[in-house]
Write a protein that binds this ligand. Structure first.
Ligand code: HEM
Length: 131
């Protein structure tokens, strides 16, 4: 599975080389897709919570592909915790799809079939979604 982790890491590096703040684009897209969730972040004025959430999303994905020490469990626990915030499991899982779609847009024609295959498979495994 190290090949998958390499592809995901390469995607992250290439995305970061193209745009200063990929996270902002991910959240812009999320709020465009699900306007109702933007209000949940009203108290997050400086974006610290969003930053932490994005970071944990990516770290747990990489762990899931690598050592598998905590990634899948953490995601399961957060999926349940988020229901308490009003984020239904389907919405929670959609976040990964939004991240992938944002990265795909940023990469444009440099998004490779290999990236498409790996991201789709990983998101599917982690969330049970067919991305
Ligand atoms: C559409 C999907 C999602 C929505 C709307 C959402 C919403 C939120 C909100 C509103 C908070 C702040 C909670 C608070 O005020 O205490 C939060 C925190 C957090 N979310 Fe999400 N979430 C989503 C998906 C995810 C995913 C996929 C992960 C990955 C594991 C995740 C991980 C976290 C973590 C770790 C925090 C805590 C950040 C902190 O307070 O330091 N979330 N989320």
């Amino acid at each position: 599975m190290s090949g998958d982790a390499d592809i995901v890491t390469e995607t992250l590096e290439r995305v970061a080389a193209r745009v200063d703040d990929p996270m902002k684009l991910v959240f812009d897209r999320l709020f465009a897709e699900m306007p109702e969730v933007e209000a949940l972040f009203v108290r997050d004025k400086g974006g610290l919570v969003r930053g932490q959430m994005f970071q944990v999303t990516m770290e747990s994905l990489l762990d899931f592909l690598g050592d598998r020490t905590y990634g899948a469990n953490l995601v399961q626990i957060e999926r349940v915790n988020h229901q308490g915030l009003g984020v239904e499991p389907e919405m929670f899982d959609r976040f990964y799809v939004t991240v992938m779609a944002t990265f795909k847009d940023i990469m444009g024609s440099d998004w490779t079939p290999e990236m498409e295959a790996v991201w789709t498979r990983v998101i599917g495994e982690l969330t049970g979604l067919a991305a």
